[in-house]
Design a protein around this ligand. Structure first.
Ligand code: ADP
Ligand code: MG
Length: 626
């Protein structure tokens, strides 16, 4: 018996996304069919997999397929599969809500960007899947029955705030989605999606590689007798099994969109065929845009595992390291069991070898791009550089290669980043260090006092502003024999100049060192030309940013005191020396030193420990100087 029809509300995020689809901002509406076929194909993959795992599953797997049936008179198009199907709860969870983390954030950005192109860009990045039906339909009916279950579920919606759902007795296994098409409107690129030629064209363009048969119901007239029959309209060839020269670029692109759920074209394709004792094929892609959740914790990896053309699992972490989590694609291994589990994969030696080869191929692809297609490389690095740099910490085997393909902002050029190779190339004779400074932004680093003497001497400094930079640079010793040296750490010995002799500053420095509690020591500086003071860390110390990061992660770290360096040619510093020599100004000098310390903190973009006190002392001083 059918249950009564229930009307339910879409989750708020889902409703907003649907709104966008109904008032379609995406210009290429044909892609709705790609999404529905893609879902049907996934459902068939899942069914096959589940029957391998569960021998008792009461499922019919005799003629697995996807069918397209159009009705010109009713203006409907049905896409159906006999795959895994969905239970009633699954329909509510999967179709009525959007589980992707970061959806709210995404929708907020979407709202902010008034410009249509930018919106398309965003939605492309997000991938709207099933909801794209509402670009072309004003009413959608989904009838589904999960393999092994007795009852089915009917879901209907006009894409507004609500949908109806009911349990039905007589539903075939799998899912059928029926679209009640909007009126035709060629101006708005809304074609007749009941026309045979159109459907054929879309399948060929977007879904040819789908390994399940996609059958289109066609009309055949033979000797005045009209019959309807199904005709397979896709070739179904696994792209990765074909040879590279045989696959047109567009097919790679559409395949990428199917597996990645990204609507943009990929930036680069990597096709690997390994023969020999352990045979496998891989088709990997570098996307052209970072997904919005690249740095979210639960972010999945993008490589699917197939065994002998059979889909085994999504986001196979055994095949790609975390720092290459943005790489999408398929790996098809010939000699694995269809029953492999994630645990087995993690430990399998051949899988580990395969992963090493694939990582090297991805990195060498970027290297080639760097040489042959600098603009593509620049896009890649802007989008994914911050993730790739994580590899400097986790993948010591490829550290050198990662350093080779990295690029960084530098004081050498205000616009163009530099590679380390180019930096080293420019080094003057005898310079043994690659100088760098970390900070929250280019502007903060550039105006920092630490940079003054380097700038005055024309020495190039790398400007590292990604959070990860603080960490890899700390643990990476050198590149091509040149050591990494922070301009904000340790004593710098800027060649020609002798390190400053304390001379007659000595008594002042000694006194300050023992009276200024916030710092480890007070000494003269050779890195300042115009600022009175700056703070520097000792070689092995945590930087303030790292200290903050560890604290934020809940790791206890000891408070790190730094060294206050004074500029011996600054009037404030020489004035302090004179006052100290004259004696009797200790309270005032202590205050001045605190102010100097505060100014040094502010100059590097840091936070004052006690802003109220700083402001009060400064205001008193200013008042007295009037
Ligand atoms: P995505 O495919 O990116 O997960 P979709 O919006 O296309 O997002 O689909 C949402 C979910 O609904 C799918 O992940 C799947 O679980 C379920 N689904 C959609 N279509 C089908 C189908 N034909 N058969 C079974 N499940 C489906
Ligand atoms: Mg989908």
């Amino acid at each position: 018996m059918n249950t009564p029809v229930e009307t339910l509300e879409f989750q708020a995020e889902a409703r907003q996304l649907l709104q966008l689809m109904v008032h379609s901002i995406y210009s290429n509406k044909d892609t709705f069919l790609r999404e529905l076929i893609s879902n049907a194909s996934d459902a068939l993959d899942k069914l096959r997999l589940e029957t391998y795992r569960d021998k008792d599953l009461a499922a019919d797997t005799s003629d697995l397929r996807i069918e397209l049936v159009a009705d010109r008179v009713e203006r409907t198009l049905t896409v159906r599969d006999n795959g895994i199907g969905m239970s009633r709860d699954e329909v509510v969870a999967l179709i009525g809500t959007i589980a992707k983390s970061g959806t709210a954030e995404f929708l907020r950005k979407m709202k902010e960007s008034k410009d249509a192109a930018a919106s398309q860009d965003l939605i492309g990045q997000f991938g709207v899947g099933f909801y794209s039906s509402f670009m072309v339909a004003d009413h959608v009916t989904l009838l589904t029955r999960r393999a092994g279950e007795a009852a089915g579920t009917r879901w209907e919606s006009a894409g507004e705030g609500t949908y109806t759902i009911e349990t039905v007795e007589d539903a075939p296994q799998g899912t059928s989605v029926t679209l009640k098409l909007k009126p035709e409107d060629t101006e708005d690129h809304l074609y007749d999606y009941t026309a045979e030629w159109k459907l054929r064209e879309i399948v060929t363009r977007y879904s040819d590689f789908i390994t399940w048969p996609v059958r289109l119901e066609v009309e055949r007239t033979v000797e005045d007798k009209t019959t309807r029959e199904f005709e397979t309209v896709n070739s179904g060839k696994a792209l990765w099994a074909r040879s590279k020269d045989e696959v047109p670029a567009e097919e790679y692109t559409e395949f990428y969109k199917h597996i990645s759920r990204d609507w943009h074209d990929p930036l680069e394709t990597v096709h690997v065929k390994a023969e020999g004792t352990f045979e496998y094929q891989a088709l990997l892609f570098l996307p052209s845009k970072a997904p919005f959740d690249l740095f979210m914790r639960e972010r999945k990896r993008g490589v699917q595992l197939y065994v002998k053309r059979v889909f085994i699992m999504d986001d196979c972490e055994a095949l790609m390291p975390e720092y290459l989590r943005f790489v999408k694609g398929v790996v098809d291994a010939q000699d694995l069991s269809l029953n492999v589990s994630r645990e087995i994969l993690q430990q399998d030696r051949q899988i580990q070898l395969m992963r090493r080869r694939l990582v090297k191929r991805v990195l060498s692809t970027v290297k080639t791009m760097m040489a042959d297609a600098p603009e593509k490389y620049a896009t890649f690095w802007t989008e994914f550089g911050p993730a790739v740099k994580e590899g400097l910490l986790s993948d010591s085997e490829n550290r050198e290669t990662i350093l080779d393909i990295a690029s960084f902002a530098s004081t050498h050029d205000a616009e163009k980043p530099t590679t380390l190779a180019d930096y080293v190339e420019r080094l003057p004779e005898g310079q043994e260090h690659i100088y760098y400074m970390t900070g929250a932004s280019r502007a903060i680093v550039e105006s920092s006092p630490h940079l003054e003497a380097f700038r005055a001497k024309g020495l190039e400094v790398l400007i590292l502003t990604d959070a990860i930079d603080e960490m890899w640079v700390d643990s990476t010793d050198e590149y091509r024999g040149k050591k990494f040296q922070s301009v904000a750490k340790g004593e710098v010995d800027l060649d020609a100049d002798k390190p400053e002799e304390a001379g007659d500053f000595e008594p002042l420095l000694t006194w300050l060192s023992s009276n200024l509690d916030s710092v480890k020591q007070v000494r003269l500086s050779s890195r300042l030309t115009t600022s009175p003071a700056c703070l520097v860390g000792e070689a092995g110390d945590l930087t303030p940013t790292l200290e903050k990061m560890y604290r934020a992660m809940g790791q206890p770290v000891p408070e790190v005191k730094r060294v206050l360096e004074l500029n011996p040619s600054h009037a404030l510093v020489t004035g302090m020396r004179t006052a100290f020599a004259a004696g009797g100004h200790e309270t005032e000098l202590g205050e001045t030193a605190e102010l100097l310390y505060g100014m040094a903190l502010l100059a590097e973009g840091g936070d004052l420990p006690d802003p109220a006190k700083f402001t009060k002392v400064l205001a008193d001083r200013l008042a007295r100087s009037l």
